[in-house]
Design a protein around this ligand. Sequence first.
Ligand SMILES: [Zn+2]
Length: 164
Amino acid sequence: MRFQKGHTVSEEVRAKIRKANTGRTASPETKAKLSAAHKGRVVSAATRAKLSALGKQRCQAGIPMPSTKGRQRTLEHSQRLSLSKTDIEEGLWRLHAWREYQFRRDNYTCRRCKKPNLSGQDCQADHILPRRYFPNMIYHLGNGQTLCRRCHNAKTRREQDIWK
Ligand SMILES: [Zn+2]
């Protein structure tokens, strides 16, 4: 489709484009190009407000923003969300405590394949309801289980199929 200046795109077409682009990730070259094209661009206050409102809406509905799709919120993301250092530390500490709780309750045993004495990279705490879609269940003690790395990876893959 050619880009026409001043041409208004109908809601139907927009929906189609949206559908086609859902779940698409740009290749590294495309990303670099986009990044170069957007460098130095000034986003108007109105646009900023719109993006911010959209973010809040999605957040409340538990839908992740496209930019964080499939990724965990890292420290850097939190900083971009302008959370204070204390908020971040508090969050990380709570998640750490949540994990410890899961491991101790399940006695370091994979709940799926029953592999015992898990440790290190093989000992993982899984969010039963994925935290991407149930952000308000992140620290819920009942929403976790100890899984070995294999079982955790398998569950994550299945989730990607189910929830995409
Ligand atoms: Zn397992």
